[in-house]
Ligand binder design. Structure first.
Ligand SMILES: *Cc1c(COP(=O)(O)O)cnc(C)c1O
Length: 395
């Protein structure tokens, strides 16, 4: 056990300060260095052929990538056999799907999936001879009616990152196990801090580390972690596709991990406070946040999750596009921009046409998604309050 390794008896907040910090007398610094590498030099020809050689070639792993992958494997818990790193969250999704799908297979995708997943599954994936169908994310055990003899993968995203439906992951996993299908979950919203997917029997869990792990909106990165049964296949596919990530980005993710718990707990509390305030506003028809008791996903969220994140949605009462633009354009503290999970607050108007095929989106008013950053929630509420005044003024 090295100086920086800690036992699993410590809480996750404690372990985040210590994981992924291999210590040696030659490298005794608190943080592992950024190693930039393609070529690895061997001592002799024997070492070149020795399968036990720790480093072979830059793309196959460096001290920087190992430190981050090992930390994430620890964070995912004892059911995790290993983690691979990808250049973006979307690359994590494509590596995960391509690891387990081939010609003649069928994959099920939840209707709430991140929009680019649908683009991947409507273009490249069918070109490989894979059948794709979409399902109602709230279907739970009803998934049994949708699987086929060739269903190889059931994909989940819980909650949906635009519409915030919580999935009954254990019910879906139980059926997947019964038919021998692999389950893959996009766990970007919760991270293993709030939902340790592998503990619930999910085979493969992935994150856009671009969001909470990096946490500062300055790098793109994906992670895919697998259980024992799926790890070899995932690692092989990741290697075969030539996936690797820039050393600075991996280092930024390691730095982000150190404050992950503090940031997420703060953002969780602020988001809940703001969500509760929004519930009281006459302009708001519904707040989509599974941490609220009124949310349709609340019971399952409470059963399975350790907490919530700082990203949620609001359905406004029917209002014109111009009124929503007036509300959002004047915000001082919320930036208008995609992505989330950083330290700064963001708002986006959401357009759902064309991205629901298994279900219909019944809301009459527009949907706005809020990412709550590390600002004082009272200041954020004041900013939103003025925004709602602009919404009203614009009719
Ligand atoms: C942003 C996002 C991704 C993709 O991550 P990138 O790093 O932007 O490629 C995947 N899933 C969810 C839920 C996301 O929000």
């Amino acid at each position: 056990m090295s100086k920086s390794e800690t036992s699993n008896a410590h809480s996750v907040a404690t372990r985040l300060a210590h994981m992924g910090r291999p210590w040696s007398p030659d490298m005794p610094f608190v943080n592992p260095p950024v190693v930039r590498a393609s070529t690895v030099l061997f001592e002799d020809v024997h070492a070149m052929h020795d399968p036990a050689s720790k480093y072979v070639y830059g793309r196959r792993g460096t001290p920087t990538s190992n430190a981050l992958a090992d930390a994430l494997t620890e964070l995912e818990g004892p059911a995790c056999a290993g983690t691979v790193l990808t250049p973006s969250g979307l690359a994590a999704i494509s590596v995960a799907l391509l690891s387990f799908l081939g010609a003649g297979d069928h994959v099920l995708i939840p209707d709430c999936a991140y929009r680019p997943v649908r683009e991947l599954c409507d273009s490249l994936i069918p070109r490989l001879g894979v059948e794709v169908s979409y399902y109602d994310p709230t279907i739970g055990a009803g998934i049994a009616a949708l699987t086929r003899a060739n269903t190889k993968v059931i994909y989940l995203e819980s909650p949906g990152s635009l519409t915030f439906e919580i999935q009954d992951t254990p019910a879906i996993v139980a059926h997947a196990r019964a038919i021998g299908a692999v389950t893959i979950i996009d766990n970007t919203w919760a991270t293993p801090l709030m939902f340790r997917a592998l503990d619930f029997g999910v085979d493969v869990t992935l994150m856009a580390a671009t969001k909470y792990i990096v946490g500062h909106s300055d790098a793109m990165l994906g992670t895919v972690s697998a259980n024992e049964a799926t790890w070899k296949r995932l690692k092989h596919t990741h290697g075969a596709m030539g996936m690797f990530t820039g050393p600075d980005d991996m280092w930024l993710a390691l730095r982000g991990l150190r404050t992950l718990s503090v940031r997420m707990r703060h953002q969780e509390q602020s988001a809940l406070e703001i969500a509760r305030w929004l519930q009281t506003r006459p302009e708001v028809a519904q707040v989509l946040h599974p941490g609220l008791p009124q949310d349709p996903g609340h019971a399952i969220w409470k059963r399975d999750f350790n907490g919530s994140a700082g990203l949620f949605g609001i359905i406004l009462k029917p209002s014109s596009d111009e009124a929503v633009a007036a509300m959002l354009d004047g915000l001082q503290l919320f930036g208008l921009g995609y992505s989330w999970g950083g330290y700064e607050s963001l708002a986006i108007p959401c357009e759902l046409t064309g991205i629901r095929t298994a279900t219909t989106w019944a809301a009459e008013g527009p949907l706005v998604r809020l990412q709550i950053g590390l600002e004082d929630p009272a200041d954020l509420i004041a900013d939103l309050d003025k925004g709602l005044a602009r919404l009203n003024a614009a009719g």
